[in-house]
Design a protein. Structure first.
Length: 551
């Protein structure tokens, strides 16, 4: 439950601290005194968007701090999961600085706004005046039915399986689209691959072929040059080798007389051997070079294939063509394996869908089983609130596609008057009827949810007299098992409170500030008398107020 709330520098509040008790707490005050400001401050604790324009003093930070007692509520696991220190009593704090930056803390440990929203949703349910509009929403109606049907564990299991189902469905669709696209390209890939494969490309092949063609085309010129070189080296009467032989023989005779001559002799010996080898290779090479036009055509054809492929694929080297061929081969292989992937994923999806259908069926069964008692309980409370002829039927339709909440579309069909056909709430219920319906619903949900605190902002709008008294009794009954805080303008509701807080404005220097105080017995009589007599308190109003407070 909410034990204490501290507010600093928010709207018309410079500083305000409120101690709250168990049971039913009533908040009253004049219109514009600042009751809604309290809800705004609580909204910050629940993760609502921070607005720097709401700062009382724009040069200082705003602070809202709530102290909660968790003694009777099992929230240890939540704290463990989010790595937070657990205590029976926790403090949630929200700060907003003048620049508009917001920070949140749980027991002085910084937390994200998403974590703040998660924990606060387990501690407080705030019913603002506009919340009644949610009654018309299908999601709200389904959530309410689920709370009574106690499907939380089943819904959690379904959502996990639905998430996997959605993921696999999207992945399968993506693979099928890829397969369709790839199949359109497969023939082209095969054509390109076969063209490159037929070319029998090898690394460095282009340079070898270009050199070979150059040699064949210039064979006569090359042969002549090689022949002349051989003739100079070894073929002439006085060839270079013959001359070097004489030098070699002379130095061989002189080598024994001088070490330097011996060294020169060794060098000449080496040169002589090298020249003889060169001459031999020149002779062999000259013999191997043949002007062969047919072979030149074959080499040219191979090069033309390479040049054409390079131009076609916009590359400059044969190595790039070989890489392209490898890439195409991998793509063709991948397309072949894609079909197997699709088959495997389709089988997995079928198994997931089977499990999902089973969970959805169980959800439908539990919801359908809870619906009659749900309608009966709401109707009983509506009868207490002066709507004895009200009817509530819960329509459940099967959806064609799986949704995050199952296969059920839930619609509340309502009739306020005898003989009228039940129709969707949004079409038939007035504002006052919606308020009473919401109170009836909240009263029912309070029995099925372990929520510590619920706050109502004028849930009694649009009613008066005996119905107002019945409303107060229902709130009082709810407060027997949870903390209920109610903002009201009705004395018949205000008199039911265990604690009565009064909100008022006060001049402070040049500013108006909001204040709040807990009323004692005499002050409560005075306040309820004012509410009964529209501000003019007489003896009759005081007597009536005392009677109301006696219960």
């Amino acid at each position: 439950m909410l034990k204490n709330i501290l507010i600093r520098n928010y709207a018309l509040i410079d500083e305000l601290e409120i101690d709250l008790a168990k049971g039913l707490t009533i908040i009253t005050g004049e219109t514009g005194a600042g009751k809604s400001i309290l809800l705004g401050a609580l909204g910050l604790l629940m993760g609502d968007r921070a607005d720097v324009t709401a700062l009382y003093d724009p040069s200082k930070k705003c602070l809202v701090e709530g102290t909660f007692n968790l003694k009777d509520y099992d929230l240890k696991e939540f704290f463990l999961v989010h790595d937070l220190e657990y205590d029976v009593e926790i403090i949630i704090r929200r700060e907003v600085n003048p620049e508009g930056k917001s920070r949140a803390f749980i027991n002085d440990s910084p937390v994200t706004i998403s974590v703040l929203k998660l924990i606060s949703s387990r501690l407080i349910d705030v019913h603002a005046q506009h919340e009644t509009l949610h009654l018309n929403e299908a999601a709200f109606q389904l959530h309410a039915l689920d709370a009574v049907a106690e499907t939380s564990e089943l819904v959690a299991a379904y959502k996990l399986k639905f998430k996997l189902f959605k993921k696999n469905s999207e992945q399968l669709q993506s693979l099928k689209e890829q397969e369709l696209k790839d199949k359109k390209e497969l023939d082209y890939f095969n054509f390109q691959f076969n063209e490159l494969d037929t070319a029998q490309l090898l690394p460095g092949q282009q340079a070898v072929l270009e050199a070979e063609l150059e040699t064949i085309e210039n064979a006569e010129f090359i042969k002549g040059g090689l022949s002349n070189a051989y003739f100079v080296l070894a073929g002439a009467d006085k060839s270079l080798i013959d001359a070097l032989t004489e030098v070699k023989n002379t130095l061989a005779q002189l080598a024994k007389f001088n070490p330097s001559i011996a060294t020169l002799n060794d060098r000449v010996q080496s040169s002589h051997i090298e020249l003889k080898d060169i001459a031999s290779e020149l002779e062999a090479l000259e013999g191997n070079i043949i002007h062969d036009p047919k072979k030149a055509d074959i080499v040219q054809e191979k090069l033309d294939v390479i040049y054409r492929l390079q131009q076609k694929h916009n590359v400059k080297t044969i190595d790039e063509l070989i890489i392209l061929k490898t890439d195409l081969e991998q793509k063709i292989t991948a397309i072949g394996s894609l079909e197997e992937q699709i088959k495997k994923l389709a089988m997995e999806l079928e198994a997931v869908q089977k499990h999902l259908a089973d969970l959805a069926g169980k959800l439908t069964k539990k919801r359908a089983a809870a619906a009659p008692q749900f309608s009966k309980s709401v109707k009983e409370t509506l009868t207490q609130l002066g709507m004895a002829n009200a009817e509530l039927n819960i329509s459940m339709e099967q959806l064609k596609e799986y949704k995050e909440t199952g296969l059920d579309k839930v619609t509340f069909l309502f009739s306020a008057n005898k003989g009228s056909d039940a129709q969707p709430l949004s079409k038939v219920a007035s504002g006052g009827e919606l308020s009473r319906f919401m109170l009836s619903l909240k009263s029912l949900l309070a029995k099925h949810t372990a929520l510590p605190t619920i706050i109502f902002d004028e849930i009694d709008a649009g009613i008066s007299g005996d119905i107002a008294a019945k409303t107060g009794s229902i709130l009082e009954k709810m407060a027997a098992t949870m903390q209920v805080i109610t903002i009201t303008h009705l004395p018949q509701v205000a008199c039911k409170g265990k604690t009565h807080l009064f909100v008022y404005k006060q001049e402070q220097g040049k500013r108006t500030v909001t204040r709040i105080k807990q009323l004692n017995k005499e002050e409560r009589v005075e306040e309820i008398a004012k509410m009964l007599s529209a501000g003019k308190v007489g003896e009759a109003a005081l007597r009536n107020a005392k009677e109301l407070l006696k219960g």
